[in-house]
Design a protein around this ligand. Structure first.
Ligand code: S3P
Length: 173
């Protein structure tokens, strides 16, 4: 019931922030993409290519439902997680949802050297990112209990803001 879910677009900072938040709060960190890749024995691009996106989305939902047990954790969600209503409901049952945002230019800069994101392969440009972000925005916002714009903040500053807004006290920052 006390899990913290970090949601947001690819490159919004979920992975780095969850790692640091986990240290500060002394909590287990679950990186959903990594957990799914471990289970499937292959990387995310291979899962998309060999089994399809629908299969990957089903893996995300199965994993989220497991969070009903245990915790409290910090969970770094894949960028597509809030698109499914059942996922949003599962997060709501297990804890609070933090939306990380960033400007499209900042996102591009953060993702430009990575080949791990099938949805951005061949689309690493600001107009594409801005359009997909805009399409997703209503669902991201509806799922979120609180929002932090990470564009101009360090990982440490984002963590401090999350702790401030949630009222959770971490170690000294
Ligand atoms: C996706 C985001 C990725 C990963 C997959 C699909 C998305 O995770 O789950 O490539 O639909 O936005 P990150 O947000 O951690 O990059």
């Amino acid at each position: 019931m006390n899990d913290l879910f970090l949601i947001g677009f690819m490159g919004s900072g979920k992975t780095s922030v969850s790692k640091r938040l986990g240290e500060l709060l002394n909590r287990e960190v679950v990186e959903m993409d990594r957990r799914i890749a471990q289970r499937e024995g292959m990387g995310i691009p291979e899962i998309f290519a060999q089994k399809g996106e629908a299969y990957f989305r089903a893996c995300e939902t199965v994993l989220l439902e497991e969070f009903a047990q245990g915790g409290p954790r910090v969970v770094s969600c894949g960028g597509g997680v809030p698109m499914r209503e059942e996922n949003v409901a599962a997060m709501g049952r297990c804890g609070r949802v933090v939306l990380l945002t960033a400007r499209p230019e900042v996102i591009l800069d953060r993702v430009k050297d990575s080949d791990e994101r099938p949805l951005l392969q061949g689309h690493k440009n600001v107009p594409y990112i801005a359009q997909l972000m805009e399409e997703r925005r209503p669902k991201y916002e509806a799922a979120a209990d609180l929002t932090v714009d990470t564009s101009d903040l360090s990982v440490e500053e984002v963590c401090r803001e999350i702790l401030r807004q949630t009222g959770i006290h971490g170690q000294k920052l």
